[in-house]
Design a protein around this ligand. Sequence first.
Ligand code: ADP
Length: 973
Amino acid sequence: MSLDNHKDAAKGSLDAMKLRLKRQTELMQYLDEAKWYKSLAENFSDVLWTTDLEFNTVYISPSIFTLTGDTPENHIKKSLSERYPPTSAEMLIQLFTEEMLEEENPNNDPSRSRIIEAEFYKTDGSTVWVSINVSFIRDKAGRAIGIKGLTRDISQRKHVEDILNHTRQSYLDILNSLSEAIYVQSLDGTFIDVNEGAARMYKCSREDLIGKTPNDLAAPGMNDLEMIAGKIKQVHETGIPSTFEFWAVRANGEHFPKEIILNRGVYFSQPVIIATARDITNTKKIQQSLIDSEQLHRKILMTVPDLVVRADLEGTIVYVNEEALASFSISSPDHVIGHNVFSFITDDDLPRAMENYQIMLQNKVGLQEYKINNPDGLVFDCEVNADVILDSQNQIAGMVYVLRDVSERKRAEKQLSLQTHLRQLLVEISSEYINLPIDKVETEIAASMNKLSDFVHADRCYICDFDDTTDMFSITYEWCGENIEKLINTLQNVPLHPDWVDAFKLGKPLYIPDVSKLPDGLAKQTLMPRKVITLIALPMIHNGRCIGFVGFDSLNSRHYYSKIEQQLLQVFTQMLVNIRLRQKNEKELIEAKEKAEDSDRLKLAFLANMSHEIRTPMNGILGFASLLKEANLTGDQRREFIELIEKSGIRMLNVLNDIISISKIEAGLMTLNKKEINVNDQVEYIHAFFKHEVTAKGMKLFSHSPLPLHQSQIYTDPEKLYAILSNLVKNSIKYSDGGTIQIGYDKQGDRLIFYVRDTGIGIPKSKQESIFERFVQVDNSTSRAYEGAGLGLSIAKAYVQMLGGSIWVESEVGKGSCFYFDVPYETSFKTGNQLFSDAETLTDEQSLSRLNVLIAEDEDISFQLIYNYISGFCSNVLRAKTGIEAVEIYSDNPELDLILMDVKMPEMDGYEATRQIRKTGSEIVIIAQTAYGLTSDVNTALLAGCNDYIAKPINKLELTAMIQKHLKKDKSL
Ligand code: ADP
């Protein structure tokens, strides 16, 4: 520092001292002048004081004592730091330093004062808040010479302010801690104040928001700002809070929704709008997801077939998904909403449903099944899933039920179980049928009919035989439930309804689910009076033909037969067919076996019999033939022996004839050869034929031919008729020792009933059927009294059957027998060979005399026989031994009347010989001698040109009758 500078500095400090003294003097003057103020100050409660410009107290009013407990004298001595705590002291110093600097400013009011609030020490060291009103004391020139002040105790106010500040801070803290944004808006919308929540919401500072308007913060194009301005106005005017949503933009540009509630308020005495806003981004998201989920559920409810029902705690239905109503045949939700859920449950299921409801209130109940009635009374099998609905307090608010119609499934399940049972039943029945002894069949069939009827709820089951040629049926088995009318006695041989016939012939079952619904007609007329409600009948088919049917009638209830049930019943029917066939076959087998055994037995007996029947006459023939050789026999003895030989021959011939006939019948070779004949002649012929034999036995023979001549022509096989009648007459002779024999016939309708009645030994009842079987004789013992092979009646029976009739006997042992047989009374006339001509009757041999006859026969015995038969009425008899000879002899002797032509001859047979003779144009009568009953021989002979034929062995009467028939007219015999 320079000297000048020091000088200047010394000068400066001297000047300053002078100045200070001067000011103090002036201040004292001021004080003197202000003495009257002093007395005023002495009585003032505020503390008045004066300090110099260094803050040394010059004066202080006595009220300092009240303020600090310090006397003014004591207080004056205290420095600034002893009077004020450091902060207050500094504040004062700073204040006056600032004021001093402002001194030079001419614009300032020199009397201006400043008020500060500071703390002040009390004597006890504590502080008290005071307000200090200070100003400079100025000299006349206006320069500051000291400081005057008025100190007022403001500790009370400060205390109140502290409380207020504290309270405000608390409010601010609260406001700031709120998550909601709170703004104070002027009535034009400008933000006056905002809390931290608002700053957080907008992601900026509070300051950034203050002064902004809703327009500044709105997401562009998202809000109706005019509406918002209107709401502010409305809230201000009415005081009614208003809520709305607002899309705002955060500081980072992000758009977000907020919900705002506007309230009317006052802010620092100013009418304002206080808005509370909440970021509802999440709420919106939740809302949207709720909407989505609601929509989703609605869509689901619209599409599911299940009925969803919501009910309140009382069970009253408050919601139902309308779309599903149709599947329960409910036409309107009104039929459901407002009704009680339990009112739809069927009576049977109601107790269970109520019980489950109580359980459900405590814990969940699993899936249940109930039968539900719809308002029209239709019943549905439902699967019901029920659960409780909880409110926000977790209290049960109601129930939700999901109903699924499982009727179809139930039906299917029921059907399935029915079918399974039915199958089991059929398996049971079929296993019972296997190896079933034949005598148990009937019982088992009845049992299975009972079982099946029970199963299909039928009250009647029947098995019928059906004849597909007449379309008639008869019930053969019947099972009826209690009090059900039996039909077996009425339905015998009755015609079957044509519709049924058609169905059965096609192998189709006939099913009438409800008879009352049948169209009017025969079927309905028949079934209704029998009270049949449902009927099913299944055909029994064998080899493609309907042989019967099985029927099930339901009289007490309707029964629905499913396709499978029908098929299974058809299986049962087929089982019946099989068992019945088996039964029939087994029966036939047994019969066949018995028959075979019988026939075995019979054959044995036959053999024994045969040997007897052949040996006996052979014995006679050979025995008497050898006796004839003896020389010394009388004429009578010789005749007697010859007769015995002849008798034995006839007997043997009969046996042989029977054997041949039966063999032909058995071999199926026996044929019919029908002709027009006169039945009266036939009877008369038999009568004439057997008359001698009957009379010889001391009996009488009668005949009876009631038809007049013009009605007695019939069309039949004369040989068979002859054989039958002669067989019966022979038996009558054989099995009678006296009495009478009657032969004859009667016409009954279109039948002729022949009879042969005797008064012989009779036939026991037990044998009256079997005697028609071959080899059967009433007396089969070896010691029996009557000859015969037991074949006659079986041959007769076979012939009768061939003629289209039947044979039977009425007999009483010891009284006699009457054999009957019938043949059709056929009168259609046909030409052909006849054994006897209409007008002819058997006449004496003499009427045939003068005949020229050629016997073509290679065997001598046969020739001899024929020769002896005819020689009585012939003038000339020639013989040829071959066919060639026959032709030659005839050409040499054209006067011949008759050729008896044996068909079997060496070199040329009789057929060829006949043909050759006929070739010459000759009409000579040629009678062929054929082997017994061989139709082929007969036909060939007739074709070759023979007029007739006669079977060997030749009977004299037969031959005579035949010759007579052919030659009587020509020769006018
Ligand atoms: P057979 O050769 O034994 O006579 P048939 O077949 O002609 O054989 O008759 C069978 C049986 O019927 C005879 O053995 C006899 O017992 C009985 N019979 C047949 N006709 C008569 C009758 N007219 N009177 C009594 N018994 C008879």
